[in-house]
Design a protein around this ligand. Structure first.
Ligand code: SF4
Ligand code: SF4
Length: 351
């Protein structure tokens, strides 16, 4: 058995719900629901929903919001006798996300670089430390997905994962917090059974994954940023970048987009008490690079669109040695004007 999986058991639907109930005594649980979002667990998940989770492509919503919330309180403050007092906001509530795909597990590695590499962001770090992930494989390609095999198989690197079995579900765990709850819930499986199931899943993944991200990565890492930018600007017209309406949808859905703005919210017009918030921002918006004096570093819409592609493909490769695109295809599926980043990857990989 792969040493990363310390315990594997065969569960039926009731066994899985019993495990989730036990977990929910300490953790808030969110699971991939039929509408493409994550819903909060309320005591039971139906067999239909579990089977849906195990047989559908990735959800439309990524897990980013559970670690980098759309609106996050940073701290509270109040003025008192000409002094300012600051109160920390705690982000310690444990949570567990169920039904996470390989692309979103890889995206976590990208977010870890942005938020925990050079400087540790307190909100992200606290939430990351207190979140468990149970992943599931994608055995069916979504219409817009273009991940590679290594990204799709990242699902095995979560705290635990669930795969379908003829007699129910196999749950493999490597995190002690989950392993400690497994006793008496199902039959322990011999490693030969698990290896056989994993081989079947690998073959299914092999059938739908593509190499356009690794090929583009190999091209990009051998060139400097100026060369890559020149090529991306040439390719941008092929993907309809001139039609971009700067709605920011691609940023909000992307599992690795991480930019935010910081604002203060006052409790009353006296402006004595308030809180500092951070909210998701979008590099596609005109105000994103607007600075004091009215100068805008990326005034033309096309410059903002090039920048996002550069950020996904080249800047993260130069800085962290990994691409910030995991091939989930969400930005393609939901772009109102059909901007499709896949063609840029394909062309870069074939240059
Ligand atoms: S750029 Fe698009 S395809 Fe790539 S990770 Fe972000 S949303 Fe997914
Ligand atoms: S979703 Fe499409 S139109 Fe909206 S900002 Fe992104 S590329 Fe532009």
């Amino acid at each position: 058995m792969d040493v990363r999986w310390k315990e594997c058991i065969l569960l039926d639907c009731d066994g899985l719900n019993t495990l989730l109930k036990k977990i929910s005594e300490r953790y808030k649980i969110f699971y991939h629901a039929e509408d493409g979002t994550y819903k909060e667990f309320e005591g039971k998940i139906s067999p239909h929903t579990i089977n849906f989770m195990l047989s559908s492509p990735r959800p439309s919503m990524s897990i980013k919001r559970y670690l980098h919330p759309p609106i996050a309180d940073l701290f509270e403050f109040c003025y008192h006798n000409n002094n300012v007092e600051i109160f920390r906001v705690e982000y310690e509530k444990p949570q567990l996300i169920l039904g996470v795909r390989g692309c979103d597990i890889r995206a976590l590695q990208v977010l870890d670089k942005y938020f925990m590499h050079d400087v540790c962001d307190p909100v992200y770090t606290a939430l990351r430390k207190n979140t468990l992930f149970i992943s599931v494989p994608c055995t069916k390609k979504g219409d817009y997905c273009f991940c590679s095999k290594d990204i799709a198989m990242e699902f095995v690197n979560a705290h635990a994962f669930i795969v379908p079995h003829d007699n129910g579900y196999i749950l493999c765990a490597r995190d002690e917090k989950i392993i400690g709850l497994l006793s008496g819930l199902g039959k322990r499986l011999p490693s030969a059974d698990i290896e056989r199931i994993m081989k079947k899943i690998e073959a299914e993944v092999d059938d739908y994954t593509e190499d356009i991200i690794p090929n583009a990565y190999n091209w990009v890492r051998e060139r400097n940023i100026a060369e890559v930018r020149e090529r991306i600007e040439e390719l941008a017209s092929l993907i309809g970048i001139e039609h971009c309406i700067s709605c920011g949808m691609c940023n909000f859905l992307c599992p690795t987009c991480h930019c935010y703005d910081v604002r203060d919210e006052w409790k009353s017009v006296e402006m004595k008490e308030g809180k500092r918030l951070r909210v998701w921002d979008s590099c596609h918006l005109y105000e994103f690079a607007l600075v004091a004096g009215g100068h805008n570093f990326r005034g033309p819409r096309s410059h903002r669109a090039y920048y996002r592609i550069m950020d996904k493909i080249s800047l993260s490769t130069a800085r962290y040695g990994m691409m910030a695109c995991v091939g989930c295809g969400r930005c393609i599926e939901y772009c109102p004007v059909g901007v499709d980043i896949r063609e840029v990857f394909r062309r870069l990989g074939n240059d």
